[in-house]
Design a protein around this ligand. Structure first.
Ligand code: PEP
Ligand code: MN
Length: 319
């Protein structure tokens, strides 16, 4: 019978037979993969201190979690200004909005481009909130950096290494989203690309990962466990995107509370107008929360910070 051949196993030096997998990395390899962002190789951060990343008055990794809110996509001046005012009025610290959108279909709306950047900048200045927006193209990094206070690397681009190098060089803080199928090691490896260019102003963002249940009752699976794991392994702040992680507006508030309970350093949330005559968002309408929900979330975040100092939380996971 011609059955599958048993692979020939290399003899391990110490323990008899073992199988070695090429290219496999584990958490033990982090000091080699990412010495610039790894806690173990940067003892000045001790066992629980985080690097504080400042974007205007927003301080990631400081005592209070940062709340970022705004539209999925910049669609018009009126829409962006209204949502920027709602973000500000609800107590958010930063504005978000996409001008260059990474869409599954090239036939779908790709964002307003530079026009969207100008709208974002103007709305951000008008309400007095710093703004983060995504850059998807290595050729556009300098342009986006002219308008934005923080550059977002989206989930789909997390392993676009030339893009990471370029945002590392441009000298603006970076919001590095987790690839939707990326391991913790791959994610920190991506952060290392930015750090290697001399830019340590990096904030990590968990935004849901693909699992067996993705798309069944929620868009992705929100990996809250990664928050304490990252705090143990790196000094970079970590925020959570409950909007893309769930894809369901009614789940965003509890996902936000859960993320805060797990010790995240901030939230990035998509919102929409509650005016009946407001147009439905062209992108991700089903996950956009209304202004009262955003107000409840920011109240929860502010109330929570009084109760649990981050230092006390971190001690539990300290090595
Ligand atoms: C976004 O935040 O606009 C976005 C597209 O998110 P992600 O890259 O996490 O899908
Ligand atoms: Mn979106």
């Amino acid at each position: 019978m011609n059955g599958a051949r048993t692979p020939r196993l290399p003899a391990s030096e110490k323990s008899g037979w073992a199988m070695k997998i090429a290219g496999r990395v584990t958490i033990d390899d982090l000091p080699r993969i990412c010495p610039l962002v790894c806690r173990q190789t940067n003892p000045r951060y001790g066992s629980h201190h985080r690097r504080v990343v400042e974007v205007g008055r927003a301080r990631f990794g400081a005592r209070s979690p940062v709340v970022i809110a705004g539209p999925c996509t910049v669609e018009s001046w009126e829409q962006t200004l209204e949502l920027a005012q709602i973000a500000k009025g609800s107590g958010a610290d930063m504005l978000r909005g996409g001008a260059f959108k990474p869409r599954t279909s090239p036939h779908d709306f790709q964002g307003l481009g530079v026009e969207g950047l100008k709208i974002l900048r103007a709305a951000s200045d008008k309400v007095g909130l710093p703004v983060v927006t995504e850059v998807i193209d290595v050729r556009l990094v300098e342009t986006v950096a002219q308008y934005a206070d923080m550059l977002q690397i989206g989930s789909r681009s997390m392993q676009s290494y030339p893009l990471l190098v370029e945002v590392g060089r441009v000298g603006k803080p970076v919001l590095l989203k987790r690839g939707m199928a990326a391991s913790l090691c791959e994610w920190l490896g991506a952060a290392e690309y930015i750090a290697k260019e001399g830019n340590l102003e990096i904030v990590l963002c968990e935004r849901g990962i693909k699992t067996c249940s993705s798309g069944e009752y929620s868009r992705y699976s929100l990996d809250l466990n990664v928050i304490p794991a990252l705090h143990l392994l790196t000094f970079l702040p970590i925020i959570v995107d409950p909007s893309h992680a769930t894809g369901v507006a009614s789940m965003v508030e509890s996902a936000s509370r859960g993320a805060v309970e797990f010790g995240c350093d901030g939230l990035i949330i998509e919102i929409a107008s509650e005016r009946l005559d407001a147009p439905r968002p062209v992108c991700d309408a089903d996950q956009a929360i209304d202004p009262p929900t955003l107000r409840r979330i920011t109240r929860f975040v502010r109330g929570h910070e009084e109760l649990v100092p981050p230092e006390a939380r971190m001690e539990e996971y300290a090595v």
